[in-house]
Design a binder for this molecule. Sequence first.
Ligand code: ADP
Ligand code: ADP
Length: 215
Amino acid sequence: VILVLFGPPGCGKGTQSSRLASEINGQVLSTGDLFRQRIAQSDPLAQKLRAILSAGELVSDELVIQMLLPEIHRVQAAEQHVILDGFPRTLVQAQSLDQAGNVSPNHVIVFDVPDDEIVDRITGRLVHPQSGRVYHQRFNPPKKPQIDDVTGQKLVQREDDQPQTVKRRIATYHQNTQPIINYYQEQNTIISQIDGTGPVNQVTDRLMQVIHSSR
Ligand code: ADP
Ligand code: ADP
């Protein structure tokens, strides 16, 4: 099964996808994480990606697909469910996925969170780059300030989590969302909309509910 977690930046896709993966024998594929891992190698492609991400712009559809498809195939070969986090972000990406064959999403779950809350969430986000664990200064603080609970290593703010860049990313999301939703409606893909506000556990409950009811 291929699940898509869809929603604006900061709506909780990363937080919820890791919980979901452990509930359903799934693996999360986050295109944002794929790019950040790639940026750690310091070659020309890494530099190009870094410039795109820090400006809050989208990576080209072609490159996204080229990097993601082998990962989907790897998870399928391991007979695990695929949980897509942050993909597709454009209509072309959604179409390309279908054209690749045997990798069409079975269920698209859209998280609703109002823009002003998104800004609060992203500007307070702290991450542990080595593991991808996500915290929030106020909403989900680590046990010790600025320190990862598991490894004791330092947490950082993402370079693209600055107020100006966040506004840009939210605008891009709104621009691309409706065409993608319309496309999945035309394909008769199951689409569920859930409320992404409130405590993390409550959002997880809503997510599990729509997943179980679609089976
Ligand atoms: P967030 O979790 O805040 O939404 P992500 O980690 O998903 O952020 O993405 C970070 C950045 O990586 C995006 O702002 C964009 O530059 C790039 N990116 C991630 N996924 C895609 C995608 N599917 N298409 C194009 N660019 C992407
Ligand atoms: P995304 O992957 O969609 O960009 P994240 O899972 O990284 O979103 O969450 C963005 C920020 O919001 C993080 O700092 C996270 O700790 C926080 N967060 C996630 N879910 C909630 C929630 N239900 N209420 C408050 N803050 C949340």
